[in-house]
Write a protein that binds this ligand. Sequence first.
Ligand code: FAD
Length: 429
Amino acid sequence: MGSAPDFPRLPPSGISVIIVGCGFAGLTAAIECDRKGHSVILFDKAPELAPLGDIISFGQNSSRFFAKWPGVPEALDAIVHRSEVFHFHDWTGRFVTTQDFSEEHRRLGGRVNGHRGEIHQILLAHVRARGIEVNLGCKVVAYEEDETGAAVVLEDGRRFGADLVLAAEGVRSKGRELVLGVEDRPLPSGYAVFRTWFPADELRRNPTTRYLVEHGDSHNGWIGQDVHFLAAAIKGGSVMSWVCTHKDDAAIEESWQFPGRVEDVLKVLEGDWDPVVLELVKATPPDRLFDYKLVFRDPLPTFVSPRSRTVLIGDAAHPFLPTSIQGASQAMEDGVVMAACLDRAGKGNVREAVKVWENIRYDRVHRIQQTGITTREQWHKADWDAIWKNPESMHLQREDWILGFDAEEDAYARYDEIRESLPQEVPVA
Ligand SMILES: Cc1cc2nc3c(=O)[nH]c(=O)nc-3n(C[C@H](O)[C@H](O)[C@H](O)COP(=O)(O)OP(=O)(O)OC[C@H]3O[C@@H](n4cnc5c(N)ncnc54)[C@H](O)[C@@H]3O)c2cc1C
């Protein structure tokens, strides 16, 4: 399938890219490669990409990408969460502080918060509108490469080759075997999240929960000892999404997402938890509740295969804890920077582009990954005497070096300098 003509793109670069995985990493990489004139083809093992999930937040550092994709900002505008403030409470319901994001938005631009599945569908529709080939129901079972290119092998035996393969297949990445030379499994983080998203009609009828949904969108958090509970009313208060992060040491050998049980959530919230929270949980339709074990891993030594023709991006390279609020944003930055590096390098220098890309991405992504732990500890191990003296110490750290960053501009600005600094033995063909 050829590229659709009605989107601005650079002239054809002659570089072919295979992307495995249609999550936020894969879709962004595909759009950006298309923008830069590379030819791209996507594979995903899922037979369909259904609009599943709960609320997700894209910081200004990734929201800026949406603005470059014709039609996407308008589509997002129809579905995004509109609250500018976040109210913190302790677990019993005592109000602690309000974090107001309006100044941040004036300074750095807006963020995009909304239903994960709906935002994902908007990006997928944009990928298709660009004419990019999307192959669903295609599980990649093997990665291969030599000095001149890379290939993927599908479960049905078909083999596809390209100048570069991006393995964007999430935490259970098969591509990691080629990159690391050993089979590698994600580790439990010691935490899990109950997650849900459901129509708010019953909450509106209940006098205890009505205030959360009757004035449109709202955002509230309750912070307890090693547990936090976040609730967002979306779409004018017609839909409720909540997540509850708690300690969990279940094994994740085969799976890390299970149907959730209301009684299990209530067990986590035993004690003097706010009745508002308990009512929210009790109103949750059981078939809409998921128990998601959070996985983590120590930083990989590299994201790049031995011959620099296969690259891990997104969660395949660096799974994030939700408390960083940056996993999807960093997955998107990976794709944006790769497309720009390939543009700068040209077809004859794909492996050089990959090395420069890794150099640009590696430190930034790992520094930001750490913020997931910092925020979780800031909340879960809160010193409440100190918090009552300084309630704002509970606020999310919203740092300019993360949010005010333009990954595309930075990649173009630093490409030459980084290429010059690469060790001599790095191949340049
Ligand atoms: C509870 C929770 C809340 C979060 N909240 C936020 C937030 O607010 N903001 C934020 O930025 N991040 C958040 N994150 C993190 C974010 O969701 C992830 O970092 C991001 O979605 C990763 O995207 P990805 O494309 O790398 O991987 P995925 O979304 O996992 O996509 C991988 C794709 O690859 C496909 N695939 C897998 N194996 C194969 C194969 N062998 N062959 C073909 N296809 C394959 C899968 O079907 C899937 O479609 C949150 C995470 C969690 C768990």
